[in-house]
Design a protein around this ligand. Sequence first.
Ligand code: UD1
Ligand code: CA
Length: 465
Amino acid sequence: MATAALILAAGKGTRMKSDLVKVMHELEGRPMITYPVTAAKALGAERFALVVGHQADRVREYYAADATISIVLQEEQLGTGHAVACAGEFLAGCDGDVLILCGDVPLITQETLRSLMAVHVAHGGTVTVLTARLADPLGYGRVIKDATGRVLRIVEQKDATIAEREVTEINSGIYCVNAAFLRDAVMKISNDNAQKEYYLTDIIGLATGQGHACYTHTVGDPAEVMGINDRVQMAAAGAVLRRRINESLMLSGVTIIDPAVTYIQQGTIIGRDTVIYPNSFIGNCTVIGQGCVIESSVTITGCRLADRVHIKAGSVLEEAIVMSDTTVGPMAHLRPGTLLKEHVKIGNFVETKKAVIEERSKASHLTYLGDCFVGKDVNIGCGTITCNYDGKKKHATVIEDGVFIGSDVQLVAPVTVGKNSLVAAGTTVTMDVPPDSLVISRVPQVNKEGWTKKKQLKTERPCVE
Ligand code: UD1
Ligand code: CA
């Protein structure tokens, strides 16, 4: 087993037409470069060198906490062979075999890498190339074999003869190579070719020239070795990744009504018998328990949902925790710092932020709950607002257990409503309320009898008396 992997990622990615280096573009929630790294890690690789050039610091920063990853700078991109030569120091520390991957080939799976390694080890090969058979091999390096099927060399599209261009077996750019051979071979590559680049692929010809055996392993699904050069290909790769994520969730017991329009990012965990309706987006390491229902057009990012949670259509949940048997939505917005305990009900057009809501409490309609603590068995009427912001600072509202808040109430924070109190509809609460109280603040109602009739008779007069 190879214990080292080299990932080539110094190219700028000109065709992405972006200010961000290609390999840091996100695919299903993770930078593109993490995919080959993760696949090699899953295979058991323990040391990684990422050859980077453009925006090297971004990649370095992303992996700052990972001690297994070294960053190798290739200041000028003189070709894939030159990229490997830049990693000389890393290679000096390798014995056995090295896996070479590309930072912009994210769909490669650990199973394919495992098969590549197995072929390499079984033959005791010096270089083993992962290849694919493509109906349209245009642009790729072609694998040139002799009549007996022995690999002779790889020729790039631009250097190939017309006959060589007919070859449909292409080089994926992924290899398993003996480290000692590689160290020596990359120093011997020249740039005497159509692109005046140092081609890594020349190590194949060097190996066969020295009498070393080279082998190929052909990938079953050519999509795995698809390289990403532009945003069209990136979207196509995203679709493949989503399909893989959705299929693995479905096989683990999650119902996805229409996987073609369900967007679940890498790293999301979902329990069995949870049902996901179409057009949902779930990501940023969200964890969802068992038996939940996620209705259509819901966005959930960075959240933890326990079991039997029901999120109704059109809701948005960000960095919130929702405990079991709680219902949210439709069209509710849980913002960061929301904690809903068991059997809570948050209804339509309710927004919460830094809000802890204890068991069995309800806010069923049109409410803003920010910077607040709501105790158990509280009922919050329609149109309630915690006025938490004075223009400079945020203040807290505490609503203790058993409180009943009528409709259209404003709670001007900082304020506490004591246990089992009743706040009458239309009240503006500006002072703390002791437990077991009724609080009411309204302009007394005035009924002016016959007023509208009178008004109709004298329409020419201004309407306010
Ligand atoms: C390369 C292969 C080609 C293969 C194809 C598969 C060579 C000479 N050709 O061609 O046979 O079919 O990949 O996709 O290797 N990179 C560096 N530094 C450099 C140049 C490239 O780090 O100086 C990195 C790129 O960021 C990329 C990878 O190496 O991740 C491949 O480079 P690219 O220029 O895309 O090679 P291709 O021309 O596609
Ligand atoms: Ca390429």
